[in-house]
Design a binder for this molecule. Structure first.
Ligand code: ATP
Ligand code: MG
Length: 419
């Protein structure tokens, strides 16, 4: 027996309609706001993530699936943004005019310790808006995430927002944070010790309970914002008010990726246990330039689909029942089978989902089959029906049967002839 790699899951046909539904909501909403889909490869040069996400982050230091091929180091994408930025630069999409607004749905890979809501393959929806430096873009992006959640009936997630400033305000903050942490430097985990000089803000996001305890009471970036960043944060808050998106300011949010500037936000749910963040995002004004593109600001979010599903499950969300097809046609006998094919093809041409048994089974087995797959109607064609040009149409839920002229089958299915 060969088993699935640890930390990964099959999406089985009995569950896939739920994912399709949720993905549909996301796609439709993203397009409602004028975003277009972008698809980038599953693997990128390792360097893209090392430089983009930041080489002192957990993702880059511990979690990447990297491998060598022909002397090149490649990595399975651990998140969606870096690939989109690479594609934006490489295809010179900035020449098409700004803002550039994209969305994606993608698997991501991180070699992490398995927990509820934390797996090694997971999926993200994401939104990226490139080219706008003002907070209108941040507010729109946050509004889209909020719209996705509320459209799915999730009304108990909290939006937490923060500003983590820009390189200009960070220099002073960095010093203050180092001063705060210095007396306990030797108690930090090894990874954080090495971050102390290179990137002390990362320590705030460390998952180790010891480090989390040591950063309690640390100075917060909000108190160190320069005028531009402070004004931007105030503007963001009033735009969110205008959009009707409730939020809470949480100065503790720093986000796990290095590229963020100014706006950082998370949507958290108490239905997720300790992995409480379902969506994280923010502004990254230096990322595109840092990866070799023109100086272009950006803002976006990534929403974890598995965590979203956990919330929906916990809140008792009712997905539409999964029906495999609208109709099963049973042709009994050689001639009837050919007629079944003709009728099925005709209906499929009109957008009706129709199945025909491909296993040559008897009537009883076919009814069972329809029942198991939740198919609401079965049309039987035997010699009698064939002679009269009708089908015996059975409403499976009501266990009632009616004769319907073959030509009227489409109408019969949708006109509620059993009502
Ligand atoms: P966390 O703090 O939970 O590790 P993160 O800061 O690493 O999250 P991001 O990189 O911002 O997460 O990813 C955005 C979203 O992707 C998260 O909010 C979460 O919903 C989802 N996500 C991230 N890592 C995983 C994982 N290992 N398994 C499942 N979902 C994940
Ligand atoms: Mg993480």
């Amino acid at each position: 027996m060969i088993s699935i790699p640890k930390g990964m899951k099959d999406l089985l046909p009995s569950e896939s309609h739920k994912w399709q539904y949720v993905e549909d909501v996301f796609r439709t909403l993203a397009e409602t706001y004028g975003y277009k889909e972008i698809r980038t490869p599953m693997v990128e040069s390792t360097e893209l993530f090392a430089r983009g996400i930041g080489d002192t982050t957990d993702v880059v230091q511990k979690e990447m699936y990297s491998f060598e091929k022909a002397d090149r180091s490649l990595t399975l994408k651990p998140e969606g943004t870096a690939g989109v930025v690479r594609a934006f630069i490489e295809n010179k999409l900035y020449a098409e005019g700004l803002p550039a607004k994209y969305y994606y749905i993608t698997p991501c890979y991180r070699y992490e310790k398995m927990q509820k809501g934390r797996s090694r393959e997971f999926h993200q929806f994401g939104i990226e808006c490139f080219g706008a430096s003002g907070m209108m873009a941040d507010a729109e992006v946050i509004r889209i995430a909020y719209d996705v959640l509320t459209t799915l009936g999730i009304d108990d997630v909290k939006l937490k927002i923060n500003s983590i400033g820009c390189p200009n305000c960070r220099a002073e903050y960095r010093k203050a944070l180092q001063d705060f942490l210095r007396p306990n430097l030797d108690k930090l985990c090894d990874t954080c010790k090495s971050r102390f000089d290179r990137n002390p803000m990362r320590i705030l996001d460390c998952k180790s309970p010891e480090c989390q305890a040591l950063v309690k009471g640390a100075p917060v970036m909000l108190d160190y914002l320069d005028e531009d960043c402070r004004n931007a944060f105030e503007e963001l808050k009033s735009l969110l008010d205008a959009y009707g998106v409730p939020y809470e300011v949480d100065p503790g949010i720093v986000r796990g990726l290095d590229y963020y500037t100014k706006t950082a936000f998370e949507f958290v749910s108490d239905k997720l246990g300790s992995q409480s963040t379902v969506c994280g995002g923010g502004r990254y004004d230096k990322l595109i330039e840092q990866l070799g593109g023109p100086d272009t600001p950006g803002v976006g979010f990534g929403m974890g689909i598995e965590r979203l599903m956990l919330i929906l499950e916990a809140s008792g969300f009712k997905f539409d029942p999964d029906k495999t097809s609208d109709l099963l046609i049973c042709g009994l006998g050689e001639k009837a089978k050919i007629k079944a094919i003709e009728l099925a093809e005709d209906l499929r041409g009109s957008g009706v989902s129709v199945m025909i048994d491909v296993m040559d089974r008897g009537l009883k087995a076919q009814f069972k089959y329809a029942d198991r797959l939740n198919v609401p109607y079965v049309a039987v064609i035997g010699d009698d029906e064939l002679a009269k040009g009708v089908v015996s149409l059975r409403d499976m839920k009501r266990s009632e049967q009616k004769e319907v002229p073959m030509d009227n089958l489409f109408l019969a299915l949708f006109a509620g002839i059993f009502d």
